[in-house]
Design a binder for this molecule. Structure first.
Ligand SMILES: Nc1ncnc2c1ncn2[C@@H]1O[C@H](COP(=O)(O)OP(=O)(O)OP(=O)(O)O)[C@@H](O)[C@H]1O
Length: 360
């Protein structure tokens, strides 16, 4: 494997939260050890796995390079892992880079011209590539050729450069941002979904084995339920719970140990952290459940607008706890119930605000 370490920091850098889906430094260090190495080991995403298996088997039978693959989905769902599996299944080397690292067409030409025949080029955050690089990629993907421009102005000449056949694996969190000509050049496109709790339990048991940690099924279920549908978060919570089990108990993870550990880290039963709950609590307690404008809500929480909108809200919306409406942010009945509060009219679910959010 060949990492392009000239890549500048990207928006997949740590967001500093235990339940953030972007990779932090510690994740990067341990993820290599926890990554499944084959399609058979890759948990969940049944349809994607089945389709990809066919694409790769057919290419192998023909002795050809696999078609270009586009993977879309939220951070931490396994796009990098799948790209490595594609290379492993094709017994091909892999080169890893990202859209923001390719600012000039020349950067891309340098990478493409140094690929070996059949190599997998993993381009993370492909939607963040510069426009000239993107246009060069069209031709490279379709004809395995690039035109390198030498010189400037009227004297500039295009020198065609043949490339060895390669497989581009593009990854994006924002498939909608890709220009159609680029999207159309992928022979296989897969959308990765959030994982079901049962699938995350399998991820957790597998990682616990690799980390040599004892965990019982209830302990794994407890962590899975708080992992926001994301294997990266499962693995991170598992490591924090392992610390707790080691320091406070005999090292084995049970449901009680997992719940007590995650209470210390303020990750509640639904996977909400302190910021998520602060947004909900402000919406419910200060604004009667809304509607309230994003700016007002952000001031009330003491956070930047962007933090509330981009860090806290997506998961709250996904969980059906908060709705974004044209009149402002509105809490759902589930939000009142989650914080154990009674809506103003007294109707609907809720309680006295004494809800045990952590189950510890
Ligand atoms: N299906 C899976 N089975 C087992 N482990 C998985 C699976 N998907 C992801 N993981 C684990 O989750 C972690 C994050 O996965 P990965 O880096 O592939 O995510 P990603 O989608 O590429 O994230 P990003 O968009 O931030 O680059 C890895 O440690 C990997 O081992």
């Amino acid at each position: 494997m060949n990492w392009d370490d000239t890549a500048p920091p990207t928006d997949t850098d740590a967001d500093g939260r235990l339940v953030g889906a972007a990779a932090d430094g510690e994740d990067q260090a341990v993820e290599a050890a926890l990554r499944p190495k084959s399609l058979a080991e890759f948990v969940g995403q049944e349809r994607v796995r089945e389709q990809l298996d066919l694409v790769l088997k057919a290419a192998r039978q023909r002795g050809a390079t696999a078609d270009h693959v586009l993977l879309s989905g939220a951070p931490g769902l396994g796009k990098t892992t799948l790209s490595m599996i594609i290379a492993a299944e094709m017994e091909a080397p892999i080169r890893i880079t990202s859209g923001p690292a390719i600012q000039h067409a020349g950067d891309l030409a340098a990478i493409l011209s140094s690929l070996q025949e059949g190599e997998v080029l993993f381009l993370d955050e492909i939607h963040r590539m510069s426009r000239p690089a993107e246009e060069m990629l069209y031709m490279a993907m379709e004809d395995f050729r690039v035109d390198v421009i030498v010189g400037k102005g009227p004297g500039a000449t295009a020198i065609p450069l043949e490339l060895p056949p390669f497989t581009l694996v593009g990854a994006t969190t924002r498939a909608g941002l890709l220009p159609p000509p680029l999207r159309d050049r992928f022979g296989f496109t897969a959308h990765m979904e959030f994982y079901e709790p049962g699938e995350l339990e399998r991820v957790i048991h597998r990682s616990a084995d690799l980390l040599d940690v004892t965990i019982d099924p209830d302990g794994a279920a407890e962590i899975a339920g708080r992992s926001r549908g994301t294997p990266r978060i499962s693995n991170r919570l598992l490591r924090r719970v392992r610390d707790y089990a080691q320091v406070k108990a005999d090292g084995a993870i049970t449901r009680d140990i997992a719940a007590a550990a995650l209470k210390v880290y303020e990750v509640d039963k639904r996977g909400l952290d302190r910021l998520d709950r602060a947004v909900l609590a402000a919406l419910l307690k200060l604004f009667g459940g809304g509607p309230v404008g994003l700016s007002t809500l952000s001031v009330a929480v003491g956070e930047e607008r962007e933090t509330v909108e981009e860090v806290a809200e997506p998961f709250l919306v996904r969980e059906g706890l908060l709705a974004r409406t044209p009149r402002g942010r509105v809490a759902t009945p589930a939000a009142w119930a989650h914080l154990g509060l009674v809506p103003p009219q007294g109707a609907g679910p809720g309680g006295n605000g004494q809800q045990d959010l952590f189950g510890a």
